[in-house]
Design a protein around this ligand. Structure first.
Ligand SMILES: [Ca+2]
Length: 338
């Protein structure tokens, strides 16, 4: 009998150890990435971070919604995702949204051939009747577990505002606000300005000002905003672009970065900081403001009032090298030692 108890004890310890081992590895965070790739270059680096997090099984990328209304951005993102083994990633597009101009790096990267090979080989375009961004958001959210999805929003707020204002449809009987409340656990936004270091309205916010106002006023779940001043503190090193990527100029990230501005330049990491906080909040790379409410003034400037509300912004904590090393590591997939 004693032997049986010993066996039972050992077995229960083994089972509980096994359970603890399983508990140690949290399941991947479900992410939807809302981006204006084609405007600034930091969106491409931010997307690359998400691919690296996926390799580490920290993220499950459910879909990408596009807030820059230039159709070639669809080709670029499809080709880019295809190159990184995401051929079938769901894409949504903000029809009749803002920033329809092609800008520079999307067309150049799409049109470049090196050694007889195109850098990107997209198979989807505007001709494929992509869903509206907010419709894809509704579809993906409706299919997700409650309070499980992190929305990372790093461009104009068009798709998110349209989602919040949406009505019941074939995907869910809930309206947009109810659906977000049920399915989303965090909205991580690059947008606004929360210190006195600069005095102008932040770019993302003013591209679609009515949409920005709607997002901050109506979002029923916590928002954490990375203000202009945060990404401005951490400059992505041009040396990483020059040295860390296989294929050099044949790598679409490298080509896009070099086309965006004359090299060498160290670009601000605005969108990257929103991704970093969204996926690794527990690492405390940033301090957080108190909870409160962000409002957008008529001129596009962001105003924060502490108190009632579930909205916060990132606060810089004098750790430039730590954050920058982590960002470079996630963009390149390599250990980065300065
Ligand atoms: Ca962006």
């Amino acid at each position: 009998m004693k032997q049986f108890f010993c066996f039972a004890f050992v077995a229960s310890v083994l089972i509980s150890c096994n359970a603890e081992t399983k508990e140690e590895k949290p399941s991947p965070v479900s992410v939807i990435f809302d981006t204006d790739i084609g405007n600034d270059i930091d969106d491409v680096l931010a997307l690359q971070m998400l691919f690296d997090y996926e390799k580490q099984q920290k993220v499950k990328l459910l879909g990408i919604t596009i807030s820059k209304s230039n159709p070639r951005v669809i080709d670029y993102i499809d080709g880019y995702c295809r190159l990184h083994n995401h051929a079938d990633i769901p894409l949504g597009y903000a029809y009749n949204g803002v920033n329809p101009e092609p800008h520079v790096y999307v067309p150049v990267t799409l049109d470049t051939t090196i050694s007889g090979k195109k850098l990107l080989e997209p198979k989807r375009s505007i001709a494929d009747s992509l869903p509206e961004g907010f419709k894809l958001l509704r579809k993906l959210l409706a299919a997700s577990a409650d309070h499980s999805v992190v929305l990372i929003v790093v461009g104009p707020e068009t798709n998110i505002a349209r989602l919040l204002q949406s009505s019941a449809d074939e995907f869910s009987k809930l309206n947009g606000i109810e659906l977000v409340k049920q399915k989303v656990k965090l909205v991580s936004v690059m947008g606004g300005m929360y210190t006195n270091e600069f005095d102008f309205p932040e770019w993302n916010i003013v591209q679609d000002l009515p949409a920005s106002k709607i997002m901050f006023a109506q979002c029923p779940v916590p928002i954490v905003a990375s203000g202009f001043e945060i990404g401005d503190k951490f400059r992505y090193p041009a040396t990483s672009i020059q040295n860390d990527f296989e294929g050099g100029d044949a790598n679409p990230l490298v080509m896009s970065y070099k086309v965006y501005q004359p090299m060498p330049y160290d670009r601000q990491t605005w969108d990257l900081t929103s991704v970093l906080y969204a996926i690794e909040p527990e690492k405390a790379y940033f301090d957080l403001s108190p909870k409160g409410k962000i409002t957008i003034a008529a001129d596009g400037k962001s105003e924060f009032k502490a108190g009632e509300g579930e909205q916060r912004y990132l606060v810089y904590k004098q750790n430039k090298d730590t954050v920058l090393n982590r960002l470079v590591e996630l963009v390149t997939g390599k250990q980065h030692l300065k």
